[in-house]
Design a protein around this ligand. Structure first.
Ligand code: SAH
Length: 359
């Protein structure tokens, strides 16, 4: 299958040479005319993938409880900013705002709501989803535009969408992985010239086999640094869910998903979601370097400690048998080891006094 973006990339590569995996990923996801997030409606059952807030309202409800507890532990600063970065359709913020109003009126009225979204098209969809609340929400394009106040910042599946760099092991060198053209003029992976040195690689680099892959994500690290520095300066706490690993390592985790199925990464640029696993250890190191503290749990542990089992039971009591079954299924999708519970991790970044509950 070919796509308009594939044709454009092939022309570009034929004309000016191979591009890095980073450029390929950034173009596929965010090209202003043909990028995935700029042109498509990826989320939900009719889209390409279902994220945790789209699985069940329980997810956003427990994130809201986390935010209220974090705000109280911070000494109830008034006003404060409650922000979400990368809100997709805006579903989680709907659940968060409803819940905060129910559990803590003071927290609700102290909050200034901000949505940080890179795609203007998705920002417009979020405005629709948020409906009446949209009037009191400010949409921003980047973290630096947040008001200078203590901030409680949350994000789900944001980092996996930020581009990565990949390196191939060739002999005893690690060379950058590129996207080039094969003999038929189709997109293919190739080896570039820039290389990585030992200190930039995790332990065990020497025993990795020929062709092994190492990933690093300067865009994720830069964003983490900005957020950590902001939290150290103005106070607050952040909470990020993503699929990934807590220990650094080797391996190719770049993947493309279209209509709920894995597809070839190079096959339909601009029309499939491209992501890679998040290296939480690398992001935690960056946050600590900026003066913040971090802690991590699996999504399953976090949601269980926040009381999702009790919440599911409560929702089930008032529901009919079919809905009860659905709630059970959703619960298992969010916390089950075979589902999102184990693969997804959650990291908090905080200024270093009290560690946010339930970490
Ligand atoms: N949180 C949502 C959507 C996840 S997809 C959910 O769980 O359903 C990733 C989202 O992050 C999209 O809304 C995308 O447009 C946005 N995004 C990607 N890079 C961003 C950046 N640098 N700043 C803000 N938003 C970004």
């Amino acid at each position: 299958m070919t796509t308009p973006l594939a044709e454009r990339l092939k022309r570009q590569i034929a004309f000016s040479g191979p591009i890095s995996v980073t450029e390929y990923m950034a173009t596929c996801l965010f090209d202003p005319d043909l990028g995935y997030y700029t042109t498509r409606q990826p989320f939900g059952r009719g889209g390409d993938f279902v994220t945790a807030p789209e699985v069940s309202q329980m997810f956003g409800e427990l994130v809201a409880i986390w935010a209220v507890l974090a705000w109280r532990d911070m000494g109830r600063p008034t006003p404060f900013v409650l922000a979400e970065i990368g809100p997709g359709r805006g579903t989680m913020m709907v659940d968060i705002l409803r819940t905060i109003r129910q559990v803590d009126e003071n927290c609700a009225s102290a909050s200034q709501i901000c949505m940080i979204e890179a795609s203007t098209r998705l920002a417009a969809i979020q405005r629709e989803t948020l409906n009446d609340d949209a009037e009191r929400i400010e949409w921003l394009a980047e973290v630096d535009a947040l008001p200078e106040l203590p901030v409680v910042l949350v994000g789900n599946e944001l980092f996996d969408a930020l581009p990565i760099r990949q390196f191939f092991k060739v002999g005893d060198q690690w060379l950058q992985r590129m996207v080039s053209l094969d003999g038929e003029g189709e997109l293919t992976f190739a080896t570039g010239v820039s290389s990585l040195a030992g200190p930039d690689l995790p332990d065990g680099e020497k025993t990795e086999p020929e062709g092994a892959i190492f990933e690093m994500a300067p865009a994720r690290e830069a964003l983490t640094e900005t957020i950590a520095a902001r939290i150290v300066r103005d106070g607050g706490a952040a909470l990020f869910f993503d699929y990934g690993h807590l220990q650094p390592g080797f391996g190719d985790t770049l993947q493309a998903v279209s209509q709920h199925r894995f597809v070839d990464v190079l096959e339909n640029p601009g029309e499939a979601d491209l992501t890679s696993h998040v290296d939480f250890a690398a992001l935690a190191a960056v946050a600590r370097h900026a003066g913040a503290e971090t802690a991590c749990l699996t999504q399953g542990e976090f949601l269980t400690r926040m009381g999702i089992v009790e919440r599911a039971r409560r929702l089930g009591t008032a529901a009919d048998a079919a809905s009860r079954e659905r709630i059970e299924r959703d619960l298992d999708r969010l916390v089950g080891d075979e589902n999102m519970g184990e693969l997804f991790k959650v990291m908090t970044i905080y200024p270093g006094q009290a560690r946010p509950q339930p970490f």
